[in-house]
Design a protein around this ligand. Sequence first.
Ligand code: FE2
Ligand code: FE2
Length: 269
Amino acid sequence: MHFDDAHWARYHKAKKLAWDPQAIDLDQDHRDWAALNEEERDATIRACALFLGGEEAVASDLAPLLVALRRREGQDAACAFLASQIWEETKHAEFFRRWLAEIAGDVDLDAYTGPSHTELFDRVLPDRLDTVLTDASDEALVRAVTTYHLFVEGTLAETGYHGFYEIFERRGILPGLVEGIRLVQRDEARHVAFGIDMLREAFEQDGDLRDVLEVEAEMLFPLVVGVLGDYFAPYGGEQDPFGLTATELLMFASAQFGKRQAALERTAA
Ligand SMILES: [Fe+2]
Ligand SMILES: [Fe+2]
């Protein structure tokens, strides 16, 4: 029952820490936006567009996991938590949509995503999540949680937040965007911790499932690197208009994935 307790605790925390994307003050963001040059604006829109696409995908792809767990015994706590997570992902998408609409104006968001982003969010993620509706195996569950919680949230999104802080928080600009990112990240910490617990529980019951994660990780890590590449590609691949380098973000992503692996290892004993 120790996993149940943790799921309920996160569910209660989600209620206490609820926030409203509409309530964030964007007045200073308007003024800061006016002072950015064209290339800086392009990179800011691109980063937000990649995030918005990701948040919309995770918001719409998570329900199958809740349904799959509902069909299993004793997953009330996990299902309650997932209900809170689906609501939060919907709000995250709302935040990025609002920020882009009010600050950047009318932009064609499809023009800002890239091939790896499309592969991950339009093909791999929905495939892994939809599969648990028709495949009740533990292997399918581990693949879904590995893709969603460990890689998309625990590795890719975390790397994205780091990039936002490096660019905007360091410069002291776009405080509304930075505040929203911080609130999104606070929610995501619960989501990732839930995913790690789901995997721990699966591995406690069947250690061979670790191999399923390993195989999945070999496919997913290059894809995460590819999504980061989608962001840098229009600026020559190495450095964005703010001076942030692809190498730095790549190193952060590797370290982040290493932390997630270490968290899983700690429970294996
Ligand atoms: Fe999210
Ligand atoms: Fe999330």
